[in-house]
Design a protein. Structure first.
Length: 472
């Protein structure tokens, strides 16, 4: 029997799916498979729903790529803000002491918002999360050169962390497939342990003891490499693409103590968690992180325009400032950094979040979301349920008692996702963890609908799995 229960017959000639197969190279996709099957082409959206070219409806339970906070429907205010900006000033840059006014407004707003987590001094704009993290790496290197510490350059990230795909950020990402045959990671990047208690906690070890072990392991890595050579640690408050891994109790308190002791900067990668995803403005607030640098993208503009930002503390800024004075320039800049149309969209998005009280809504709807997730805890295939705010995951296992995973070749998670797709709900597998990250504007009814469709898909997967295990 095929390991793929929902086989696609191949795209209809001249359909978007067929043209997609002919002309388009996707990211994170098996290109051979796309050539044969074509892609899933979306033609319109409405709230949390998207529609394919046959007008079939799907509830996108991952907000696209963890980003479409306001869903996929028409937002007239955002359209108006973009049009107004294009009429007034469709482009200006941020080199050589110049800036579009709207970009300045956005910088001011972000510095203000960031202070909820940690005092930040300046915002620098980029076009993607990857670019923001690459920029942060360069800032950190420049900062340590400014301070006369040329040896303090190594960067620590985490196994299963995700920070992007560019040469620097892809090196930080702790997923083997992002490195394999791309000749990554670059030198001077190290990955410390993944703090996933369910998977890596030892028998009899408490969550707090596990967190202590994680901090000890970080300390050991720092000692091995030499504390004077370690510049920074990058970390997501909740590890998204690693499978929605929430930190164990006391983890951040213990990790930050180690970083502080060795004067190692903490970069909070808020690309997924930022802008209310975890039930606070910032993931850093939810978990007590006090970063020196914050990177953000995605929900910054509700994904309606590409824009990202790096926010830096006064201390980091002063290093950059003084060194740029000495060298004559902070010689880093991107043509579209702080692009006025993207900035106008982001600024309007932020106003909409505030006026529609989206944070209150997330807090009101999160208990429904988490209760729906938890309702799967007793399911025979579900090993762990994890989540916070409006982000969560169910980890499917072969044996609930021992946490043993299914043989990866069975593709249980990916198959469940394919079946869920047929049931009209789009989700993301990370191996056998099924990730949920619905648009922040979802109503209670839509959250329940997402899980209703998922439940039907899980039941079908269970039947398919029985047949697989009998056949094996
Ligand atoms: C935490 C995190 N950081 C960085 C990135 C990279 O962002 P981008 O895809 O915009 O380059 C992502 C993307 O998913 C992410 O989840």
């Amino acid at each position: 029997m095929s390991s793929q229960p929902s086989s696609q017959p191949g795209p209809k000639p001249n359909s978007f799916a067929a043209r997609d197969a002919a002309y388009h190279l996707h990211g994170y996709t098996n290109a051979l498979k796309t050539e044969k099957e074509g892609g899933f082409v979306v033609v319109r959206g409405d709230g949390p729903f998207v529609y394919d070219e046959n007008d079939k409806e799907y509830l996108d339970g991952l907000s696209g790529l963890w980003c479409a906070a306001l869903g996929f429907g028409k937002e007239q205010r955002i359209i108006d803000a973009a049009v107004r900006q294009m009429e007034n000033l469709p482009y200006y840059h941020t080199f050589s002491q110049k800036a579009p006014a709207v970009t300045v407004e956005l910088a001011e707003r972000l510095v203000e918002l960031a202070s909820l987590a940690a005092p930040m001094s300046k915002a620098y704009f980029c076009n993607s999360g990857s670019e923001a993290n690459d920029t942060a790496i360069k800032m950190i290197w420049y900062f340590n050169n400014a301070l006369g510490r040329p040896e303090k350059k190594k960067i620590i990230a985490r196994v299963k962390g995700y920070h992007g795909v560019t040469v620097g950020s892809g090196s930080l990402t702790g997923l083997p497939l992002v490195h394999k045959d791309f000749d990554l990671p670059i030198k001077n990047v190290f990955h410390t342990d993944c703090p996933h208690y369910y998977r890596f906690g030892k028998a009899g070890e408490s969550e707090e003891d596990f967190a202590t072990r994680m901090a000890e392991s970080l300390e050991a890595l720092i000692q091995r490499e030499g504390p004077d050579t370690i510049a920074a640690m990058f970390a997501e408050p909740v590890m998204g693409a690693g499978g929605v891994l929430t930190p164990p109790k006391t983890y951040w308190e213990k990790i930050q103590k180690v970083l502080k002791k060795h004067d190692i900067l903490l970069v909070a990668d808020e690309v997924i968690c930022g802008f209310m995803r975890t039930g606070n403005q910032w993931g850093s607030q939810t978990f007590g992180m006090k970063p020196d640098i914050m990177t953000m993208a995605k929900q910054l503009s509700a994904a309606q325009m590409p824009i990202a930002a790096v926010l830096i503390s006064q201390r980091v800024y002063e290093g950059l400032r003084d060194h740029s004075g000495k060298l004559g320039s902070w010689a880093h800049g991107i043509t579209y950094s702080g692009h006025p149309v993207a900035a106008a969209v982001a600024l309007e998005t932020q106003k909409i979040y505030a006026e529609r009280k989206i944070l209150d809504h997330v807090r009101a709807i999160s208990p429904v979301f988490l209760a729906e997730l938890k309702s799967f805890a007793d399911h025979p295939l579900v090993g762990e349920v994890r989540g916070v705010g409006l982000i969560g995951a169910l980890e499917l296992v072969k044996d609930k008692k021992t946490h043993e995973s299914f043989d990866a070749s069975l593709g249980v998670g990916p198959n469940l996702i394919r079946i869920a797709h047929d049931h009209g709900v789009i989700l993301r597998p990370v191996a056998d963890s099924i990730c949920f990250c619905p648009p922040l504007i979802c109503t209670e009814g839509q959250i329940r609908e997402m899980f209703k469709r998922f439940r039907a898909a899980l039941a079908e997967t269970q039947e398919w799995l029985k047949s697989q295990l009998v056949a094996a």
